[in-house]
Structure formats: structure tokens, C-alpha cells
Design a binder for this molecule. Structure first.
Ligand code: IMP
Ligand code: MG
Length: 169
């Protein structure tokens, strides 16, 4: 396992993003929607940095089978909140092709939220197939398959406290 981003660096960035959200959403009571499963650790650390009133919800989607994208995005568990006229912040672990996020944004926009922000810990810029505008972004990374800090390879490695690359690949 090769360490790409160590815990200390991740947590510093998470703190910065949390402070920006505190500044941007005072008196707005946003709904923070974590995209499961990958975002759970990022979301948990991020929420600890947030000191304004927020609500938390989850949505689960899957598009990956092991290391390879199946190309098809499937909705698992849907959100349970009413997001109409609300400010929502969609929290992702990583944006690769952008297809997952595009699928979610299209779904959410049908429900007419007041505003939609995108917050992702990682971005593989070179892999983008659809245009995504980040409101909050942690790190741009090269087009390598990463694991840890919530991210998996075949459901393994989610528990690592750093972002790593398996076998240097
Ligand atoms: P996209 O639809 O291609 O943007 O892929 C987004 C989803 O695929 C992310 O939310 C992750 O769950 C998963 N994914 C993409 N790249 C990686 C990676 O390098 N490691 C682990 N999961 C990944
Ligand atoms: Mg994800």
C-alpha cells in the first residue's frame, strides 16, 4: 500500500471546508446529503467541523464493481428529507467520470431545491466525462484507483485513516 494523502493532511483540508460551509450557510439550515457508502468517513469528520444548524441525510448509489466502472448508475437508498425549497449540499468521496454525481443532480433538481452545492473530497480531473462544478473540493488527484478513508476496492480498505493506492497501481 502506498500512501497518497496522509490523515493529518486530510483532516486539515476537512477543517478548511467545514469553516467555509459555516461561513456560507449561516441561517440557512442546509440539508447535507452524504452519498453512501464512500463518503461516510469524510462526512463524519466534516460534520464535526460544522457549527451551524444542519440536517443530515443519505442516498446510496452504486456504479462500480471492484475497480472497474459498470457505466450504469443504480439508486439504492433514497433520501428521506423533503428538499423542495431547501439548500442542499451533496457530499461525495470522489468524482471520477462524474456520471454518479450527474445522475444524482438530475434527480435532485426535479425536486426543486433552493440551491445545490457539491462537496467532494477527491477529484480525478483527467477522468471527467461530464462537466461538474465543485463548490467545495478537497484534492485533485491523478487518475489512479485509490482506497481508504471510506473508499473501497471490492468493499475492502474503507477503514484506513489515509488515502492510499494498492500495490502502487
Ligand atoms: P463516477 O461516477 O465515475 O464519477 O464515480 C464515482 C464513484 O465511483 C465514487 O463515488 C466512488 O464511489 C467510485 N470511485 C471512483 N473512483 C474511485 C477510486 O479511485 N476508488 C474508489 N472508489 C472510486
Ligand atoms: Mg461515492
Amino acid at each position: 500500500m502506498h500512501i497518497l494523502i496522509k490523515e493529518e493532511t486530510i483532516l486539515q483540508k476537512v477543517k478548511e471546508i467545514g469553516q467555509k460551509i459555516n461561513d456560507d450557510y449561516q441561517n440557512k439550515n442546509p440539508i447535507i446529503i452524504g452519498v453512501l457508502k464512500g463518503s461516510f468517513m469524510f462526512l463524519s469528520d466534516l460534520l464535526k467541523e460544522i457549527n451551524i444548524p444542519v440536517e443530515v441525510d443519505f442516498v446510496s448509489v452504486s456504479s462500480y464493481d471492484g475497480k472497474k466502472s459498470s457505466g450504469e448508475v443504480k439508486l439504492g437508498q433514497d433520501i428521506s428529507s423533503d428538499i423542495t425549497d431547501r439548500d442542499i449540499i451533496v457530499v461525495e468521496d470522489i468524482v471520477d467520470t462524474g456520471c454518479t454525481l450527474r445522475f444524482l443532480l438530475d434527480r435532485f433538481s426535479e425536486l426543486k431545491p433552493r440551491s445545490v452545492a457539491i462537496c467532494s473530497l477527491l477529484n480525478k480531473r483527467d477522468a471527467r466525462q461530464v462537466d461538474i462544478h465543485f463548490t467545495y473540493l478537497g484534492f485533485n488527484i491523478p487518475r489512479v484507483f485509490v482506497v481508504g478513508y471510506g473508499l473501497d476496492q471490492s468493499n475492502k480498505y474503507r477503514n484506513l485513516n489515509f488515502i492510499g493506492v494498492v500495490n502502487g497501481k
